[in-house]
Design a protein around this ligand. Structure first.
Ligand code: HEC
Length: 396
């Protein structure tokens, strides 16, 4: 038995990450929905600020909100925090398994910056920590009082980070890193602000004191920020499946645009929960999304479009694939890191090259994802030649 542990570790951690992420975002959406639907209580108990009725799964639920705290501590209190912590921990573990262990292949792009593994990991950590320090400082500064301004500055900072990261790392690593910066801010909002403040409120209640209402307000603000960051972060996390978003010379503009679409959609739902209809936001979001798609198609690897080979012979194609792909994609790969053909994709026989043509187009012509880490230095001319062959019908 020869067990290759990395893909199994990858699967287990990713599975956990998706599950805990769903639980976190699910409960967070639910509480935002709840807050936005609360009505003036019919019989007001002291400290009660709103209530609502709902029906789910065969029963009726009656919820009551105490804006700062109830007069007395309930015997049992449920907290929502482990979803957030586990989402972050599993996400970070995934980052480490894929991008740190496999830095040469996934993180570093030698055509942008010739980094060593540890240098690259250091830069990655600096961006993640720096993101939080900046965001938290912004919220605590006088600007933090103004939610809109805070949002705009944070958004602009993330776009700047996206630009910087796309100049340093491989395109898809850059996208994942923007996602990690945002996700880390969200998880630390829970860990460093929301939960500690709630603990302070509980402590003063237990001590029979009046809790400071500011503690709740600060927590609420961070929770609101998290709400608007959710949809952009989800896009960033799945972006790796969509080369047209990151494999573009203006990919940082695409991140900004799609991020904005996410914020607009979230804002639409927040308004809707409060009974305000704003169809303009939906049209705006859909329109912006279409514009981004058009922009991406138009700017897609401009330099390469200028290279237009007259013809492409299959023997040339085979030679290119043999030089840049078959070390990994073969029945018996020679690349030290891949005992088996990655993704089951083998390109060492003519009929297989023909069969995989559409996927070769996605991975190596329209984008630079393959060859992974471009260790063999595949050129734009070679990619254009593969493109020409596929365009002409991918015939042997
Ligand atoms: C260093 C090893 C390596 C080299 C060289 C390499 N690949 Fe890959 N390839 C991978 C790995 C690993 C995957 C698995 C997908 C992933 O994790 O990105 C993959 C996946 C693929 C896929 C499947 C992606 C999908 O989901 O459709 C295609 C197609 C592909 N490679 C084509 C190529 C082509 C074409 C070349 C040469 C230009 C190439 N690869 C060179 C490692 C390599």
């Amino acid at each position: 038995m020869e067990l290759d542990i990395t893909p199994w570790l990858n699967l287990a951690i990713r599975w956990l990450h998706v599950i805990t992420g769903i639980a976190w975002i699910g409960s967070s959406f639910y509480f935002v929905w709840l807050d936005n639907h609360l009505e003036e209580p019919k019989e007001k108990k002291k400290g009660m600020s709103g209530e609502l009725w709902s029906v789910h799964g065969g029963g009726f639920y009656h919820k009551q909100k105490y804006a700062v705290a109830p007069e007395q501590m309930p015997e049992k209190l449920h907290w929502f925090k482990w979803e957030a912590y586990f989402t972050w921990m599993s996400g970070f573990a995934l980052l480490a398994v894929i991008y740190y262990l496999g830095a040469d292949l996934f993180l570093i792009d030698k055509s942008k910056m010739d980094l060593g593994q540890f240098e690259a990991i250091g830069i990655s950590l600096a961006f993640i920590v720096g993101g939080w320090v900046f965001y938290d400082g912004l919220c605590r500064s006088p600007i933090g009082q103004n939610n809109k301004l805070t949002g705009i500055i944070w958004f602009a900072t993330l776009v700047a980070a996206a630009y910087a990261l796309t100049q340093i790392f491989s395109d898809r690593a850059a996208f994942i890193h923007v996602g990690v910066i945002v996700g880390t801010a969200m998880a630390l909002n829970v860990f460093m602000v929301i939960i500690p403040n709630q603990k302070k409120v509980v402590a003063s209640l237990t001590a029979g004191e009046d809790p400071d209402p500011r503690l709740g307000q600060i927590g609420k603000q961070r929770s609101l920020h998290n709400n608007y960051m959710t949809l952009p972060v989800l896009f960033l996390m799945v972006s790796n499946h969509y080369p047209m978003t990151f494999s573009n010379p203006y990919n940082w503009v695409i991140v900004a645009g799609i991020g904005l679409v996410g914020v607009m959609v979230r804002h639409f739902f927040n308004l809707r929960h409060k009974g305000k209809s704003s169809p303009g936001l939906v049209f705006g979001a859909v329109g912006l999304f279409i514009l981004i798609a058009m922009f991406a198609a138009d700017t897609d690897k401009r330099a390469r479009k200028a290279i237009t080979p007259e013809a492409a012979a299959f023997t040339d194609v085979q030679a290119i694939i043999g030089k840049h792909c078959s070390s990994c994609h073969a029945a018996q790969p020679t690349h030290e890191l891949f005992p088996e053909a990655p993704g089951g994709v083998m390109l060492d026989r003519p009929e297989l090259i023909e069969q995989y043509a559409p996927r070769i187009l996605e991975q190596a012509v329209k984008s630079d994802i393959m060859p992974l880490g471009n260790e063999t230095g595949m050129t734009d001319e070679e990619r254009a030649l593969l493109g020409k062959w596929i365009e002409d019908g991918a015939k042997r």
